[in-house]
Unconditional design. Structure first.
Length: 347
């Protein structure tokens, strides 16, 4: 009797173990299937750029991934998120496809953003910066220029001009591939105002018009100076000219007209006929500052604009094209006399 009962129990246990093994096998097969990436059309990109927004939940991300056809089942994604009990990180991710749910989840938890380093040099224009970002694969040039002209963004930063020209700080940045152009512009603008507050703390109480004038001046100085020590001297020259309503006569503003407004190649030399171009940015014909910045000024040019050298100079002339050294003069006679001693340009 006992033996019979034991045999029945052993048989039941064997059946139960077999059933558990079968369920485990089915669960394993189901997990592997649901975890595996779905088949994508041959025309589909071999990667996606996934933006995890600030405060977005893992459930929301899973829903978006399923809707995009990147994962097979959002329920498994939710299960993985609960079992691992790890928070996904905000950011922009480049995820190579096909990719399993476990892999995608691990990338988001570890915050493994695919970043590219890009350097925006001092003195570049918006058009040049746009090309740099596009060549680096960060954002489309047209999208960048559209964002830099966005009224919402300009209003946010109280920019009086029609673009963010001059207000995007030239620096080395780390951005993900295919990053939203608007975020690129906002990051550069935030950097500009952050750095400017360090360079000139009084900017915090400065009116919009005065600030804009300082930025315009810095953008001109940026395109004129080549030796750091001369930047503040050049700013002093230009401010002295403004004080007596004398034309700034900056070749950099004429170059801006040719390259950015007329869309022509950068001239190797400025000709006399170029100085006669009828345009508000031509500081040879029009006294005062041009309507807006002509480049992205860096820290040295901004410092010079806010703290110009106090001198009696009204002129400067390039005397060494190799080093970029200039000769500074008080009078036009001194300036012309320097021209007989040295080779160089006029300002």
């Amino acid at each position: 009797m006992v033996i019979s009962i034991l045999k029945k129990m052993a048989k039941l246990i064997s059946i139960l173990i077999a059933f558990i093994l079968l369920l485990s096998l089915l669960a394993f097969i189901s997990f592997n299937y649901l975890n595996s990436p779905p088949s994508l059309p041959s025309s589909h990109e071999n990667f996606i750029i996934l933006e995890v927004r600030s405060g977005e939940s893992a459930i929301s991300v899973g829903n978006r991934l399923e809707e995009a056809g990147i994962i097979r089942n959002r329920r498994l994604w939710q299960l993985i998120s609960r079992l691992k009990d790890e928070h996904i990180k905000t950011g922009s991710y480049r995820i190579e496809l096909p990719a399993s749910q476990l892999h995608i989840h691990a990338v988001l938890v570890e915050g493994l953003q695919d970043l590219v380093m890009v350097t925006i040099p001092e003195g570049v224009t918006l058009n040049r910066a746009a090309r740099i970002f596009e060549e680096a694969g960060i954002c489309n040039a047209e999208d960048f220029l559209a964002a830099a002209s966005s009224q919402n963004i300009r209003n946010h930063y109280s920019i009086p001009g029609e673009t963010m020209e001059g207000y995007l700080f030239p620096d080395t940045y780390l951005f993900p591939y295919s990053f939203p152009a608007e975020q690129v512009v906002r990051t550069m603008a935030d950097t500009f105002f952050s750095r400017l507050a360090e360079i000139a703390p009084e900017v915090m109480t400065m009116g919009i018009e005065e600030l804009n004038n300082r930025v315009i001046m810095a953008s001109i100085v940026e395109r004129e100076y080549r030796i750091n020590e001369e930047a503040s001297l050049m700013a002093g020259v230009f401010y002295n000219r403004l004080r007596i309503n004398m034309a700034l006569q900056s070749c950099a503003t004429v170059e801006y007209i040719i390259t950015e407004i007329q869309g022509k190649p950068h001239p190797s030399v400025i000709l006399y006929r170029d100085l006669e171009i009828r345009d508000p940015y031509n500081t040879y014909l029009r006294p005062g500052l041009p309507p807006g910045p002509i480049s992205a000024p860096g820290a040295i040019a901004l410092l010079a604009s806010f703290y110009p050298a106090q001198t009696e100079y009204f002129y400067f002339r390039l005397i060494d094209s190799r080093t970029g050294q200039h000769y500074f003069s008080r009078t036009l006679d001194e300036h012309n006399h320097a021209g007989t001693l040295y080779e160089g340009g006029n300002s």
